[in-house]
Design a protein around this ligand. Structure first.
Ligand code: IPM
Ligand code: MG
Length: 353
């Protein structure tokens, strides 16, 4: 199993160290893991002049899975759009055709107080958001800012082909099948033709999944329902932009974006795995960051790319054990628990494994 490790920027490198320790432990026990590291994002801009060097792309393409820390930071926000770290992320998603982004929002019972919602609204929360990741207004052409009739106009194109909708639809139905058999497709069909097509295609393919109950929700209502009664959802499927927004909203229901992993998969389950949080430049290099989302991303990698369910569950159990024992990084700390740093959290997970 060749794993391409991309630490990136901000807290990326320090959380990645802890995730790699988990991989090292598994390798020490006999799992055939090979790790290769490369640059992406601002780190790559500084070293090579661009956020996604050809060498990084080649390594990622040759690998069986990619593990990414985080990209971006204020230092690079002044650069031209095509040089910004975020472009590296969008570029690798597109180049590797990682169209299926899986973002779980799970509330760990130990962290119920971290949510800004009442514990009874969120306790037991377990949602999987399936976000389409390589289409939509993020990539549609034409796009730009230009002068028309003496003033500047900005424009983007929201576009989905039916094959794009169909393939993400199948991924979502199959995930729903392994969970509670309920899938909610989110669109804005009352206004946008793109998403009318989205809804039509979802209904068409639902015929192949009679055991999954398909429902539809407009995105504004979905945003409201997520904070009103989030436990009504099992699996949600939506386009790139709505998924970007709703997955941030859902992550905060759990009170701890520092806990949530994600997977971005291609049609062969090759994947890139990354924490759902960003590069947190304000705490970078201080040893304060929560490495658990990255460690849990390793678990997702073992499950989805390598079919190693047992190893995945072992990591997830170790994380739960560490939380149950009261260990907390600053982002999830509350009085009565023990505040520890990034490396200590890594120590604790390794010990629990
Ligand atoms: C995410 C991020 C990215 C996105 C940015 C950094 C380009 O917000 O992964 O959700 O919009 O997809
Ligand atoms: Mg986002």
């Amino acid at each position: 199993m060749k794993i391409c490790v991309l630490p990136g920027d901000g807290i990326g490198p320090e959380i990645m160290v802890q995730a790699v320790r988990v991989l090292d432990l598994l390798r020490g026990e006999g799992l055939a893991i090979e790790i290769e590291e490369a640059l992406i994002g601002g780190a790559a801009v500084d070293a090579t002049g661009g956020p996604l060097p050809q060498s990084t792309l080649a390594l990622a393409k040759a690998a069986d899975a990619v593990l990414l820390g985080a990209v971006g930071g204020p230092k690079w926000d002044v650069l031209a759009r095509e040089l910004r770290p975020e472009r590296g992320l969008l570029g690798i998603r597109k180049e590797l055709e990682l169209f299926a982004n899986l973002r779980p929002a799970i509330l760990y019972p130990e962290l119920a107080n971290a949510s800004s919602l009442k514990p009874e609204i969120v306790s037991g929360l377990d949602i999987m958001i399936v976000r389409e990741l390589t289409g939509d207004i993020y990539f549609g052409q034409p796009r730009g800012i230009e002068e028309r009739d003496g003033e500047r106009v900005g424009f983007n194109t929201m576009l989905y082909s039916e094959s794009e909708v169909r393939r993400i639809g199948h991924v979502a139905f199959q995930i729903a099948r392994k969970r509670n058999h309920r899938l909610c497709s989110v669109d804005k069909m009352n206004v946008l033709e793109t998403t009318q097509l989205w809804r039509d295609v979802m209904i068409e393919i639902s015929a192949e999944y009679p055991d999954v109950e398909l429902s539809h929700m407009l995105v504004d209502n979905a945003a409201m329902q997520l904070v009103r009664n989030p436990k009504q959802f099992d699996v949600m499927v939506t386009g790139n932009m709505f998924g970007d927004i709703l997955s941030d909203e859902a992550s905060m229901l759990t009170g701890s974006i520092g806990m949530l992993p994600s997977a971005s998969l291609d049609c062969n389950n090759k994947g890139m795995y990354e924490p759902s949080h960003g590069s947190a430049p304000d705490i970078a290099g201080k040893g304060l960051a929560n490495p658990l989302a990255t460690i849990l991303s390793v678990a997702m990698m073992l499950r989805y790319s390598f079919g190693l369910e047992e190893a995945a569950v072992r990591i997830e159990r170790a994380v739960k054990g560490v939380l149950a024992a009261g260990m907390r990084t600053g982002d999830i700390y509350e009085p009565g628990t023990r505040k520890i740093g990034t490396a200590e959290m890594g120590d604790a997970v390794l010990a629990a494994m």
